[in-house]
Write a new protein. Structure first.
Length: 163
């Protein structure tokens, strides 16, 4: 995992944390948030799986391929929100475990060729931007509520002309 930045793990973990907390709390996030999360997790899992197969980590790579298939945005798998919550928790645990195991095993997530001070600055700026985007997205999505206009039912008998 020497060539994969740590953000590939952190961003999906943040997105999954928000989805899990919203699911447990009963807050209904908009469908757009889940679509965005699906795309990010699909790309991250695919990247980690590809590097895992290259490095000979078959078990981890296979788990991330399954996650990529589950979260793929091209042929979405339809489930109820409660069912997705279970898979969100499992996916969160896999991403978190892979991050922790990778760190404990001494695997470097970033190439050694970059100056450490510069790298720290780049990662800090990237993390701040991602947090800012996440907070703005949440504020936009959570603030939306269904229209409060009264529903007007259509009476189909009125649409058919009578003779």
């Amino acid at each position: 995992m020497k060539t994969v930045p740590i953000n590939v793990w952190i961003v999906p973990i943040i997105l999954l944390t928000v989805a899990i907390l919203a699911g447990v709390d009963g807050t209904r996030l908009p469908y757009g948030y889940f679509t965005f999360m699906r795309i990010v997790i699909f790309l991250a899992a695919g990247c980690i799986a590809a590097v895992g197969f290259r490095d000979g980590k078959q078990l981890w790579a296979t788990m991330f391929v399954l996650i990529a298939v589950l979260f793929n945005p091209f042929v979405p798998i339809e489930m109820k929100r409660d069912d997705w919550l279970i898979f969100d928790i499992i996916t969160f645990v896999v991403f978190l475990a892979h991050t922790v195991v990778g760190r404990l095993a001494g695997i470097r997530f970033i190439s050694e060729n970059i100056d450490r001070k510069r790298l720290r600055g780049i990662l800090s700026a990237t993390a701040m931007i991602l947090v800012l985007i996440s907070v703005c997205g949440l504020l936009l999505f959570v603030g939306r509520r269904p229209s409060t206009l009264p529903r007007q039912d259509i009476n189909f008998d009125d649409l058919i002309p009578r003779k």
